[in-house]
Design a protein around this ligand. Structure first.
Ligand code: ARG
Length: 283
């Protein structure tokens, strides 16, 4: 075995020391291992606005056989959302509590054939009006009722907390036990069919739709020009101006480009101007 020379030993030792130093230096410059790479390029998931609707109010909002929420209001909001470049999803929400859900932020909007009233304006914001409406009376075919005032001594069904409820409460008096309040308008109309109430007061569009689709119910409608004209708006949480502006812009866009008229014609069979509430409601 050949002994290594002192020179060779120093060479090897030197290389070894240099190697250690290099390794040490190298370590210092290594970035912290496996720091997660920043994902700057992935877009934040788009916000989906939650729209509350009491889907027992055909033809404005109802559930089809598949459980999907459909109707005039739904198509209007979908068209508005498309113009505004926002995403929406509809959540069936009972009428009682629908405005609380809005106030608490559980819903971003409410579209539910909501009449714009001064009282509601104090606790929520409304879009520009998108539909004209009026109260309409439903009675049995053989009923003698000819005008709203004729309901004064009768049992009247309404949906709790609606403008129909308000009108009837005003006529019959706050303390009247003749006002029968229901959680939905269809329930009130069922009660009319079974004779539990003598009349129902509700939005014209819904009453007309119900009477037309339930010929077996033997109903008749009674219009009264004393009912104040109403307008539907999309309700938003008070102060949500950014969303409100988008909605109003979208509404203006769908009115300008004819898509609103198309949706209107699909549900009400004529252009809005030709189907003023008074005309639609008479008989
Ligand atoms: N327009 C009436 C109101 O604002 C009734 C609306 C009820 N809407 C509904 N989807 N149930 O009081």
């Amino acid at each position: 075995m050949k002994p290594i020379s002192t020179r060779r030993f120093l060479q090897i030792a030197g290389l070894a020391v240099a190697g250690i130093l290099l390794a040490a230096c190298g370590k210092k410059e290594t970035p912290p291992p496996l720091a997660p790479a920043p994902v700057a390029s992935a877009p934040a998931p788009a916000k989906v606005y939650v729209v509350g609707t009491d889907a027992a109010y055909a033809p404005f909002e109802s559930q089809n056989e598949k459980g999907e929420i459909v109707g005039f209001d739904i198509e209007v909001v979908q068209a508005v959302a498309a113009k505004a470049g926002i995403q929406v999803k509809f959540v069936n929400t009972p009428w009682e509590g629908i405005f609380n859900a809005l106030g608490q932020g559980d819903r971003d909007m409410v579209v539910s054939a909501v009449t714009i009233t001064d009282e509601r304006k104090q606790t929520m914001d409304f879009s520009a009006p998108y539909f004209d409406a009026q109260q309409l009376i439903a009675v049995a075919e053989k009923s003698k009722v000819a005008k709203f005032a004729d309901l004064k001594k009768l049992k009247v069904g309404v949906q709790t907390g609606t403008t129909g409820d308000e009108a009837v409460t005003k006529l019959l008096g706050k303390a009247s036990t003749n006002i029968k309040r229901f959680e939905s308008t269809p329930l009130a109309l069922k009660e009319l069919e079974s004779g539990g109430v003598d009349a129902v007061v509700a939005d014209n569009g819904v009453v007309i739709h119900y009477v037309a689709n339930n010929p077996g119910g033997k109903f008749r409608t009674v219009a009264d020009k004393d009912f104040v004209p109403e307008q539907y708006g999309i309700a938003l949480k008070k102060g949500n101006t950014e969303l409100l502006e988008k909605i109003n812009k979208g509404l203006a866009d769908i009115k300008a480009d004819g898509s609103y008229d198309k949706i209107f014609a699909k549900y009400f069979g004529a252009a809005p101007a030709a189907a003023a509430p008074a005309t639609a409601a008479s008989k």
